[in-house]
Design a protein around this ligand. Structure first.
Ligand code: GTP
Ligand code: MG
Length: 287
């Protein structure tokens, strides 16, 4: 037999080996009865995500003596949540932060909480901008917080006014822009927001989603905001949901990082700025 023949025999053997390994790998249905998968699914982690995590965890535990199944699952849940991305302030660099999202999820309340953190804890200079011209009540809501914090509030009705605000507030470290909530049937359009973004030297977008929204509802929302190049998430109303699995699903589905979770109606206290250490606030509630 020539050299080529020997090689092809070797290749065939390898293919057989790979096939055997593949055949040994348990199929997804096997995992549906797995206690860890059941536990994650009970917490409303999507079954597909739960199976993926448990499979990977089993593999790690098989290889590593020091690894405990629950710890590994907790770790993998955290990695599914991604690196937390709250606003990082930079000295002498103004940050313009937009909060977008569906109606009533808590955008304005979150803006008030953020304004308070930035002003009181981080000693930053903050300006609030209300693009929420649909409702007088929304502007009044923000005005109350602006007065308490002694920071400016600007109300803008069009792009030109927004441009003027940017020019008049070059001294501030952070400009927090509140926008009107939009229903899933009348989502915000790219043409509406892109001109605003283009006026900013540096901006960040947080899509605000409520933990109480069903997974299907979340998918719909994510689809509506697909046109955004890049954004991060704020997950609100985690106090109103008995299960935290959907937070993992949202991060997994969108592949976006979460900056904050909000935990109640109280301004300024009911907000958690996420970091690597306190991500366990979410995962400890799942496993
Ligand atoms: N339980 C709970 N309620 C919250 C939280 N955040 C906001 N809310 C409440 O949700 C309601 C709506 O909050 P808003 O901040 O007005 O929501 P919005 O997204 O600005 O609403 P629109 O501007 O109408 O789209 C208010 O009653 C808030 O107090 C939260 O973390 N937990
Ligand atoms: Mg609002």
């Amino acid at each position: 037999m020539n050299n080529n023949g020997a090689q092809s025999e070797q290749v065939e053997e390898k293919v057989e080996e790979v096939k055997e390994v593949k055949e040994e790998e348990p199929r997804a249905e096997v995992y549906q009865d797995n206690d860890y998968v059941k536990k994650l699914v009970e917490e409303e982690v999507l079954e597909e995500v739960a199976i993926e995590i448990v499979k990977e965890a089993e593999e790690i535990v098989r290889k590593r003596e020091d690894a405990q199944m629950e710890d590994v699952i907790r770790y993998l849940l955290q990695s599914h949540l991604g690196e937390p991305m709250p606003v990082k302030l930079a000295k002498y660099r103004r940050k313009i932060i937009f909060l977008l999202g569906p109606t009533g999820v808590g955008k304005t309340t979150t803006i008030a909480k953020l304004a308070s953190i930035f002003t009181l804890e981080k000693k930053a200079k903050v300006c609030l901008v209300a693009c929420d011209t649909y409702r007088i009540a929304a502007v009044e809501q923000l005005k109350t917080y602006a007065d308490i914090l002694n920071i400016p509030l600007e109300v803008v009705r069009n792009n030109e006014e927004f441009g003027k605000v940017l020019m008049n507030h070059e001294q501030e470290d952070v400009i927090l822009v509140d926008t009107a909530g939009r229903s899933p049937t009348d989502p915000v359009r790219k043409e509406e927001v892109m001109p605003l973004f283009e006026m900013c030297d540096s901006y960040e977008v947080y899509l605000v989603m409520s933990a109480t929204t069903s997974y299907k509802g979340c998918l719909h929302i994510l689809k509506n905001y697909e046109f955004l190049d890049n954004y991060k998430l704020v997950v609100t109303k985690v106090d109103e949901t008995p299960t935290f699995g959907n937070i993992v699903n949202i991060a997994w589905q969108s592949k976006k990082s979460i900056g904050y979770v909000t935990t109640g109606q109280n301004v300024p206290d009911d907000i958690i700025e996420l970091n690597e250490e306190n991500l366990s606030y979410i995962t400890d509630r799942i496993i």
